[in-house]
Design a protein around this ligand. Structure first.
Ligand code: THU
Length: 160
């Protein structure tokens, strides 16, 4: 028996002003999308903005439903929109931010497991990493250089 240790690395920025100009802009677009989320049930608004290789930015926010599981997370709204509108254009980065009506969130909130799986599909297919920048409503911003830093032991099409 051998033990395999899996480690991951995140970069943590004190606040958005430490980010590069283009990523600050991306996070601003995510915040604007977040504030238009349809989240009447959880009152937890999430916004995502995706930067494509052609310079386009597409955004998404969570869309909830009275039949709860029929809703969709912000990241998947954004990445599926990118896939639908710009098929084959690589995704460079995704910025993610949240706002909760019930508490102040100042620590970075990472994408949920289902969104990581959805995102990694695009990363594997395009053969280049997608950087994920995530934060709360304010405060620190964490950066994963690749979706696979957030989702080690990935299940992908190589197994099919
Ligand atoms: N949500 C997202 O939009 N992204 C995530 O990564 C985690 C959760 C949404 C789903 C639901 O509308 C609300 O946040 C509370 O779970």
């Amino acid at each position: 028996m051998k033990k395999h240790h899996i480690t991951t690395t995140l970069e943590v920025f004190e606040n958005t002003s430490e980010l590069t100009g283009p990523i600050q802009d991306l996070m601003r677009k995510a915040q604007q999308a977040r504030d238009k989320a349809y989240a009447p049930y959880s009152r937890f608004n999430v916004g995502a903005a995706i930067l494509l290789d052609n310079g386009e930015i597409v955004t998404g926010n969570n869309q909830e439903n009275a039949a709860f599981p029929s809703g969709l997370c912000a990241e998947r709204v954004a990445v599926f929109y990118a896939g639908a509108q710009y098929p084959g254009i690589p995704i460079r980065a995704l910025a993610l931010t949240v706002h909760s009506e019930s508490k102040e969130i100042v620590t970075p909130v990472p994408p949920c497991g289902a969104c990581r799986q959805s995102l990694v599909e695009y990363e594997v297919t395009q053969k280049s990493p997608i950087a994920i920048y995530f934060m709360g409503a304010s405060g620190k911003v964490a950066k994963a250089a690749s979706v696979q830093d957030l989702l080690p032991l990935v299940f992908d099409n190589s197994f099919l």
